[in-house]
Design a binder for this molecule. Structure first.
Ligand SMILES: NC(=O)CC[C@H](N)C(=O)O
Length: 235
């Protein structure tokens, strides 16, 4: 029998309610037994997989530190399925540039370098519809056999400016021009997968399209491991 998952959403600050709502729409369709808000180590210990939401990475890290859960999160994200969206991606990353003056705490897990606020300020927020091959398996097909494009929402978003481990899989790249200060034939990278981790710059929880949540649930079902996957294993 396929196991069912208890999925946690880190609920210290930011868009956690929206993620919970998106996950709840998948109950009964995907293998989700429970969706819970995580604020304490006890709650973290209960969950099989975790979403770290968008919001403000500096605030989330500070609150996590004050609540005494920062080190537990550092441990969790190394082995258990974890998805960081926007501020959550910044927190998950090993390296970040354009961080808060004086630096900020990261979970130092996902081997990428993110550039914080790469697309500008709140007023520079934008959406873009893109077809993404990685969503094929979780998409319903139109009569022509193609999957609907996904509407990507970017709000003071980070971009992944360098991939620091060959095992990191790029999933979504923007068309050239968006958020780039110099001309380049390659657009910025905004979604990656690495072992048990998924990192996305955008906010899928702010759309009515739960395909990224489905993608994460499926990933968590196949990757609910306490052990890091050995180097060289296919993702
Ligand atoms: N929408 C977001 O999550 C914005 C992230 C924010 N720029 C940060 O540094 O945390």
């Amino acid at each position: 029998m396929t196991k069912t998952l208890t999925i946690g959403v880190l609920a210290l600050q930011g868009a956690f309610i929206e993620h919970i709502h998106a996950l709840n729409t998948l109950r009964g369709v995907e293998h989700i037994s429970d969706v819970v808000e995580v604020r304490t180590k006890k709650e973290l210990d209960r969950v099989d997989a975790l979403i770290i939401p968008g919001g403000e990475s500096t605030a989330i890290a500070l609150i996590a530190e004050r609540c005494g859960i920062l080190e537990d999160l550092r441990e969790f994200v190394l082995t258990k399925p974890t998805w960081g969206t926007c501020a959550g991606l910044i927190l998950l990353a090993k390296n970040a540039i354009h961080t808060k003056k004086g630096g900020q705490q990261l979970l130092n897990a996902l081997p990428v370098t993110v550039s914080r606020n790469q697309f500008g300020r709140q007023v520079d927020s934008f959406t873009i519809k893109l077809s993404s091959q990685c969503l094929d398996a979780v998409s319903e097909r139109s009569a022509t056999g193609t999957a609907e494009p996904f509407e990507y929402v970017f709000i003071r978003a980070p971009a992944i400016v360098s991939v620091d481990d060959p095992e990191v899989q790029p999933l979504v790249q923007l068309p050239p021009g968006h958020g780039q200060t110099e001309a380049s034939e390659h657009g910025l990278l905004v979604a990656v997968k690495y072992r048990n981790m998924l990192g996305t710059s955008f906010h899928p929880e702010l759309t009515n399209d739960a395909r990224w949540h489905r993608y994460f649930v499926r990933m968590a079902l196949t990757r609910d491991s306490r052990e890091p996957v050995p180097v060289g294993m296919p993702a």
